[in-house]
Design a protein around this ligand. Structure first.
Ligand SMILES: CC(C)(COP(=O)(O)OP(=O)(O)OC[C@H]1O[C@@H](n2cnc3c(N)ncnc32)[C@H](O)[C@@H]1OP(=O)(O)O)[C@@H](O)C(=O)NCCC(=O)NCCS
Length: 168
């Protein structure tokens, strides 16, 4: 694909981000209010991919000193600490018709660079079983099965130690 720009979110992007979120996630997707809070409170950890002025992919997060991330409140940015030592990824999503073009790879690569720039120690996330291999491709390791039963699914906790990442 040509002409993809990765940049920090802006409040005006919230509708477009919600459109991507709701087209990629079903019962487990974030509400528009959650997306707005993430954009308002931690724009540094919220990147979008755009092409020809259209938002085509998103990644968003919070920051925390905690290692335990199954806390549902954090998704509402309750407990988000900007200077926390870890990043916690919530959404990573690409417009369905544009998936398979390396867009999430660009988003994740930039997200890792940004996290290193913010001097974070780790990136944490929980994912479903079928995504474990995807995140392992970026150097993430599995820590354990998550206590979360969000959306009725089984979740796994994964982490990336940023000081072990040289280049993706
Ligand atoms: C998962 C998702 C973000 C991937 O986005 P994408 O832009 O299609 O991914 P890319 O084209 O950048 O692929 C990057 C790499 O991941 C691999 N990959 C893509 N989707 C994958 C999947 N579902 N499982 C395992 N590997 C996958 C690709 O083969 C590629 O590997 P390579 O670079 O070695 O060739 C996208 O499919 C999506 O939005 N899914 C719905 C939401 C979702 O499940 N998000 C993850 C939440 S935990």
């Amino acid at each position: 694909m040509v002409g993809i720009n990765i940049r920090q979110v802006d409040i005006n992007d919230v509708d477009g981000c919600y459109m991507i979120e709701s087209s990629c996630y079903t019962s487990d997707g974030a509400t528009k209010e959650k997306i707005l809070k993430r954009a308002e409170l931690f724009p540094e950890g919220f990147l979008i991919a755009e092409s020809e002025g259209e938002i085509i992919g998103i990644i968003n997060s919070a920051s925390t000193d905690k290692e335990e991330i199954t806390d549902e409140e954090l998704k509402d940015m309750v407990g988000h600490v900007k200077e926390g030592r870890n990043m916690v990824i919530f959404s990573l999503a690409v417009l369905p018709e544009l998936q398979g073009n390396g867009i999430s790879r660009q988003l994740m690569t930039r997200f890792i660079e940004v996290s290193k720039g913010l001097k974070k120690e780790k990136i944490l996330l929980i994912c479903k079983s079928d995504m474990i291999h995807y995140y392992q491709n970026f150097g993430f390791l599995c820590s354990r099965k998550s206590k979360s039963q969000h959306g009725g699914f089984e979740w796994h906790e994964m982490y990336l130690l940023l000081n072990t990442v040289d280049e993706i």
